[in-house]
Design a protein around this ligand. Sequence first.
Ligand SMILES: [Zn+2]
Ligand SMILES: [Zn+2]
Length: 159
Amino acid sequence: MVDTAVTVVWNERLTTTAGRAFLRQGRIELNPRLLGKAPAEVPMVLVHETAHIAAFRLFGANIPAHGRHWRSLMRLAGYAPEVTHKIPVDDLRQGRRRYVYLRVCEQCGDRQLLEAPRYGKCGGCSARDSFLVMKAKAGPAGEAALQRLSLADVRAAFE
Ligand SMILES: [Zn+2]
Ligand SMILES: [Zn+2]
């Protein structure tokens, strides 16, 4: 007789994993921050972790974590056996700021690095709506990449 009970708890300390399973304890921990942003993913994550525990109880410890046993249990439960979740982790790490924007005025070349794209009037030449805007992932690498772009680079990107 296979034990069918599992314990499910929220774990505030989880960062980038949506959930994890402790096979021998029959325990599942879910990430409230991550799943709070994507509540529709909760059933899938729960089934994913439960399938790990079920696979362990049915087939033992010497099976690959995401091998055919786990995959067939996922399918039995009506889910695609996908290994990674699609919740955008970058959003969480950087709060609401996902992108940084470089706004270049086509008239005078005035460059502004912005946290949100703003249009309207150029501070350099007062031209209206003559901006080209490029975006990169928020963070030092994205900002550096934008700083390196010349007006010609930006123009070329819009051709
Ligand atoms: Zn897994
Ligand atoms: Zn300008």
